[in-house]
Design a protein around this ligand. Structure first.
Ligand SMILES: Cc1ncc(C[n+]2csc(CCOP(=O)(O)OP(=O)(O)O)c2C)c(N)n1
Ligand SMILES: [Mg+2]
Length: 358
């Protein structure tokens, strides 16, 4: 029986810099990405990698509660982070410390947060970033709403909200995407598809061949990007953020990437993840391909790498020292800040704690 086609859609995949550090000649290097800027972006990626390694070491030596490493996802975060404007906002999840630091959140705040100290979520005025959000998917609603608020205020700014492949299965994902579409939110929904949600592989998360195609059902723009390609992430970020600011239209960006470390320090990925998979993705390392490209361009050598290592190691040490210099928090703070007026049962418990502390 003949039927009329009422809708047809397609999802594109963007890759500019391939695994061997070669730029697609049909696309070329995105406008604005000078070699100088690419070297700077490489340095930030190196900083994030060293920062994460240090955080993991702090946790293993009992100096940090837990930690979620972004290693493997540096290009996704640096590429998009550099595409953001100063006035744009970030609504992070728990593996987005790279984007957060690019927004101006100092590394010591991130370490403080993962020590269970809420002072790690207090950012300076002008840092356009919400605190880390651990309940999977809940931040998407904040991202849609924050985008709408920017538009209602008439600001020339957009919002980036982060989620993982696993988070797309949450009801909040549906609500946020639907709201963003219907109410014209200048929000970019970044799905870092790192192929795993703790021990649940991507194919058990959704039967859809891509996560970007979820955009179609909500009337949003959608694009799958090689998330290990910093040039593609930058280009996709510029396009989608530009559209958000100008046309107040939301986009789903699926960054196709890989989590190289355990889920968090409370996990052992070797129990469920085949070693060959890790090996395959090592060849797609986001830093390696940029380094190959920059060496070919003649603006990267061993001496530069050595000086970068020194610089980023010092930056990491500075952040750890700033955290160590922080006064111990007041334990009774756990009772404060939730209610405008503390309910009697909390007052009672707080007094009890004060007594036992004294
Ligand atoms: C609502 C909710 N359910 C379960 C958890 C436990 N949990 C923390 S992270 C995670 C998996 C998230 O996977 P994904 O969204 O792919 O992000 P990734 O960790 O890979 O970056 C789960 C189930 C949680 N934090 N919140
Ligand atoms: Mg994941």
């Amino acid at each position: 029986m003949p039927r009329k086609v009422v809708f047809e859609g397609q999802i594109e995949h963007l890759q500019i810099l391939d695994e061997n550090g070669k730029v697609d000649p049909e696309i070329g290097v995105p406008e604005g990405l000078t070699n100088e800027l690419l070297v700077e972006m490489y340095k930030e990626m190196l900083f994030f990698r060293r920062f994460d390694k240090k955080a993991l070491a702090l946790q293993r030596t009992g100096q940090l509660g837990t930690y979620a490493s972004l290693i493997g996802q540096e290009a996704a975060q640096v590429g998009l982070g550099y595409a953001m404007n100063e006035k744009d906002w970030l609504v992070p999840s728990f593996r987005d410390q790279g984007l957060m630091m690019l927004r101006g959140v100092p590394g010591h705040k991130i370490i403080t947060y993962w020590n269970g100290d809420e002072r790690g979520s207090q950012y300076d005025e002008g840092v356009n970033c919400l605190p880390i959000c651990v309940p999977v998917g809940s931040q998407l609603l904040h991202g849609a709403g924050l985008g709408k608020a920017l538009s209602l205020r008439g600001e020339d700014a957009a919002c980036v909200v982060c989620v993982g492949d696993g988070g797309t299965s949450e009801g909040d994902f549906h609500e946020a995407c639907n709201f963003a579409g219907v109410f014209d939110c200048p929000t970019v929904i970044l799905i870092q598809n790192n192929q795993w949600a703790i021990s649940v592989p991507r194919h058990r998360q959704s039967a859809a061949p891509t996560l970007a195609q979820k955009s179609i059902g909500y009337g949003l723009h959608g694009l799958q990007v090689d998330g290990n390609d910093v040039m593609a992430m930058y280009q996709a970020g510029k396009e989608s953020l530009g559209r958000a600011r100008k046309e107040k239209k939301a986009t789903i960006l699926e960054a196709f990437t890989y989590r190289m470390e355990d889920h968090t320090t409370a996990d052992d990925a070797s129990k469920y993840r085949p070693a060959e998979e890790l090996e395959l993705w090592s060849k797609r390392d986001p830093m390696r391909r940029l380094e190959l490209y920059l060496r070919e361009q003649g603006c990267f050598d061993d001496a530069l790498l050595e000086s970068m290592e020194k610089e980023v190691t010092a930056r990491v040490a500075e952040q750890v020292a700033a955290r160590e210099a922080l006064e111990k928090p007041d334990p009774t703070d756990t009772f404060r800040y939730l209610y405008g007026e503390m309910p009697p049962h909390l007052v009672e418990q707080m007094e009890e704690m004060k007594e036992s502390l004294s």
